[in-house]
Design a binder for this molecule. Structure first.
Ligand code: ADP
Ligand code: MG
Ligand code: MG
Ligand code: MG
Ligand code: MG
Ligand code: MG
Length: 672
């Protein structure tokens, strides 16, 4: 995360009075960047991933597995290690390809949870196909380096969430009592958050702006012996330390939902993000739009979050829980009370799927946009007056309906147009599933687009597979000029669908039928940028359709149809498209073989041959001798689950493969 400047962070009542000031200066900074960078051309095609870890303490003899709160010490140990500052040569890729370049050593970052770490490559990856093969070894190296700077009983693991975070009793090392002044949570202590003033202030000001604690309610999974209706047995209705303790007495914890009350339950989850640099702003805007409809599909495919606070949930992914964990909307903005003090009703949390498209692509029909998009019309006018086009001005005028949450007094003295701090204040607390990242003020890099919905996977093999897949998809989009547009409200709907248990196999998602359709106003074929072989040519051989009703352009499809193509041969499937793209460019055999491993994993996750992590975790719990079919994930089950994940990690680190691990690991990772 950026924005780690120090200073005096304002409490909400005071921050609120400065919100307009920050927005006004943020817009000036944005226009400054925009005017400088809109003409930037020929930036290199670069990309980079972000992997987030939980740090746990585990030993075979200790009955408990705990979250280690030593983030700061681990980061300090990493920073002090002089051997890491040198360039390093990544280990040879699986398959024996020798990396040709040296890479600077990975970069480690703090995260919201004091039990989390983030790692990115030491420099972004380039366009060369061979570099795709360096991703997995680099991810493994990052994990090994992180582990080397931990205590012997600490491990970096890539489960999205710690299954028993917030359960009664001890779940952190060291242990702290609950209900601190910042979070006011009855389940997690303030010490769970990164102590840097930005993080507790973010949590406290979100709570304060909202007027009550956040309510993260996730439906409990109903098993044979789950009492029904189910009342979350961990909720304490008799606390009287803070005014917010009334929340549960006022109905914050409904029956049949696991109830959580703090930002840590959302922002304490780990994800896999990919940032792409485009060659210019036009290409960046196009990538933003075209990757948007893929968000929910990749969320369902990477599903990895079936447990919260010691209970099996009835959903498979983290997304909505994070959304609720940082939802700062007031009762008026939520539509629970008539508007009096606030400016508008806001349909979504500031953490949500994105609400608008931004490209000036002629294929973008008006009907794809949300007619109810909330924007700040004054901000939009300022952007238009500053020379920005309508569509991009609309996007930023939407992001700028939010208040800045963390404001440092020192930053409000002089407006510095050589910085982007006020713009980033709003931008970086709009956590949408895509982020359009303008160049920094000095313009030394280009326009970037971040793809944010994916859940972190248990192994680096899987994390590399999904990262590489997204890179290949992006190249296919650009070289075949694919068209994934559907109405943005259908993307929202898909995002909800992605939460359902086993959505990857059981649900259908809205998806565009013809990815090769050209501009709506013309009926000519799509010309030169078409694939030479594979499924794509089938779709392309259909006569281009004249403009019809938007509803005819998309239909419901399974993830398997979207990824692997449909049986009727009407929809080519994303993997066959990637294959035909790879056929059309020069990729050496060794590289192609490695890429095939990654595509194979994704193909099998989509067709059900392999399980998602969510499914694997559910099956692990169900198959555990101590599980009583009552939805409870006990300490013992939790310990064995984390133990298994550590064992998988050790296998991977030793390059031994995943065969013979038992406990369903074959269904998760197959013969890889
Ligand atoms: P944030 O947390 O704001 O998303 P990070 O710095 O954690 O940002 O991660 C950004 C990712 O983008 C990293 O993987 C990094 O390698 C990558 N990256 C950095 N510069 C570029 C660039 N110019 N183009 C594409 N990716 C980049
Ligand atoms: Mg992060
Ligand atoms: Mg990051
Ligand atoms: Mg950041
Ligand atoms: Mg990121
Ligand atoms: Mg949403």
């Amino acid at each position: 995360m950026g924005l780690l400047a120090l200073g005096t962070a304002l409490d909400w009542p005071e921050a609120k009075t400065k919100a307009h000031h920050v927005r006004a200066w943020g817009i000036k900074q944005l226009l400054e960047i925009w005017n400088k960078a809109k003409v930037k051309e020929r930036d290199a095609m670069l990309w980079g991933d972000e992997v987030e870890y939980l740090v746990v303490t585990y030993s075979k003899d200790d009955p408990k597995v705990l979250l280690s709160l030593r983030q700061a010490d681990i980061l300090a140990a990493l920073a002090e290690d002089k051997t890491l500052a040198k360039e390093i040569t990544p280990p040879a890729s699986p398959g024996g390809t020798k990396p040709q370049n040296k890479y600077p050593s990975p970069v480690f970052h703090p995260e919201f949870g004091r039990f989390m770490l983030e790692a990115t490559p030491g420099k972004p990856w380039g366009i060369d196909f061979k570099e795709l093969l360096h991703v997995e070894p680099d991810m493994k190296l990052r994990r090994a380096i992180a582990k080397d700077h931990m205590l012997p009983n600490e491990y970096p693991i890539t489960l999205t969430t710690f299954p028993r975070i917030g359960s009664p009793g001890v779940f952190t090392d060291p242990h702290y009592p609950v209900s601190g002044p910042k979070l006011r949570s009855q389940f997690v202590p303030d010490e769970i958050a990164n102590p840097h003033i930005r993080f507790p202030t973010l949590a406290a000001n979100i709570r304060s702006r909202r007027g009550r604690k956040v309510q993260v309610n996730v439906p409990v999974f109903r098993d044979e012996n789950t009492p029904w209706p189910w009342k979350d047995p961990t909720v304490n209705y008799d606390l009287h330390s803070w005014p917010e303790d009334d929340d549960v007495r006022n109905g914050a914890a409904p029956d049949n939902f696991i109830h959580m009350d703090a930002m840590a339950f959302g922002m304490g989850s780990c994800c896999l993000q990919i940032t792409f640099q485009a060659k210019n702003i036009t290409e960046g805007r196009k990538m933003y739009d075209q990757l948007s409809p893929l968000g929910p599909i990749l969320l369902a495919l990477t599903a990895a979050t079936p447990i919260y606070k010691g209970f099996l949930a009835d959903t498979d992914v983290r997304w909505n829980q994070i959304s609720k964990a940082v939802d700062d909307r007031t009762a008026e903005e939520l539509g629970e009370k008539p508007l009096q003090n606030d400016r508008w009703r806001i349909p979504k949390s500031r953490y949500a799927s994105n609400s608008t498209y931004i490209s000036e692509d002629p294929r973008l029909r008006e009907e794809y946009l949300d007619p109810n998009l909330v924007i700040d019309p004054e901000i939009k006018q300022q952007l238009l007056d500053g020379g920005m086009d309508d569509r991009l001005a609309t996007h930023f005028a939407h992001l700028f309906i939010r208040d800045p949450i963390v404001i440092f007094n020192e930053d409000l003295e002089v407006l510095d147009l050589s910085k982007t701090d006020h713009f980033e204040n709003i931008q970086s607390t709009n956590w949408q599933h895509m982020r359009f990242k303008p160049p920094p003020a000095d313009n030394n890099i280009g326009w970037r687009v971040e793809f944010r919905p994916m859940e972190i996977q248990i192994t680096d093999f899987e994390n590399a597979a999904f990262s590489v897949f997204m890179v290949l998809i992006t190249r296919v989009i650009l070289s075949f000029d694919l068209n994934f547009y559907i109405p943005i409200t259908k993307v929202d709907e898909n995002m909800e669908t992605a939460h359902k248990r086993d959505a990857v196999l059981e649900e259908k998602f809205w998806f565009r039928r013809n990815l090769f359709s050209s501009r709506p106003s013309r009926s000519s074929g799509s010309g030169a940028n078409t694939p030479r072989s594979g499924g794509g040519s089938r779709a392309n051989s259909r006569p281009p359709s004249p403009v019809g009703p938007v509803e005819d352009e998309y239909r419901l499809m399974t993830v398997n149809e979207i990824i692997n193509g449909d049986d009727e041969g009407e929809f080519p499937g994303l993997i066959p498209l990637v294959e035909s793209y790879l056929d059309s460019v020069n990729v050496d055999v060794a590289t192609r073989c490695q890429l095939a491993r990654y595509l194979d994993l994704i193909r099998k996750r989509a067709n059900g041959e392999l399980w998602t992590a969510a499914r694997w975790v559910r099956e692990f719990v169900k198959g555990h001798g101590e599980y009583k079919r009552d939805s409870v994930v006990s300490e013992e089950v939790n310990k064995d689950l984390v133990g298994k994940v550590i064992e998988i990690g050790e296998r991977e680190a030793n390059g031994e493969g995943f065969k013979g691990l038992g406990d369903g690991v074959e269904k998760l990772l197959g013969g890889f």
